[in-house]
Design a protein around this ligand. Structure first.
Ligand SMILES: [Zn+2]
Length: 112
C-alpha cells in the first residue's frame, strides 16, 4: 500500500517539525491508534483510581477536559530502506474521516 503522510520526522517527535513522506506501509506496530491526551501538552494521560492525570507535573488535566489524539505507529519502506515512523495528531483526520474524539465516541471498545 502506498501512502503519503504529513508526519513529524522520526527522532523529532512533538517538536512541531513536519516532514512529507512517501512510503509503503508494511505493518502497524499496534492497533490502538487513539489515546487520551492532555489538552495542554499532548502527553498520554494516565488512569489512576478512575481519574485521568497528566504525567507532567505542570499540567492538571482531568477527565472533564480529556480529549483524544491520533497516534499511528507503523513500519514503512521506501526504496531499499525500512524504518519506523509514528504520526501524531490532526494530520491523520483526513485518513480516518473525523476527529480522534468523534471516532473514540463511536468505538464499541475504546482504546485506553
Ligand atoms: Zn500535560
Amino acid at each position: 500500500m502506498i501512502t503519503m503522510l504529513d508526519a513529524p520526522a522520526t527522532g523529532n517527535l512533538m517538536n512541531g517539525n513536519r516532514s512529507f513522506v512517501i512510503a509503503s506501509i508494511l505493518c502497524l506496530h499496534d492497533t490502538c491508534f487513539l489515546y487520551p491526551a492532555c489538552h495542554k501538552c499532548g502527553s498520554r494521560l494516565l488512569l489512576n483510581l478512575g481519574r485521568f492525570h497528566c504525567p507532567k507535573d505542570a499540567c492538571e488535566s482531568t477527565a472533564e477536559n480529556t480529549n483524544y489524539r491520533y497516534r499511528l505507529s507503523v513500519k514503512a519502506s521506501r526504496e531499499n530502506e525500512i524504518f519506523n515512523i509514528t504520526v501524531f495528531g490532526s494530520c491523520l483526520e483526513p485518513y480516518f474521516g473525523t476527529t480522534a474524539g468523534c471516532l473514540h465516541s463511536t468505538l464499541p471498545r475504546p482504546c485506553k
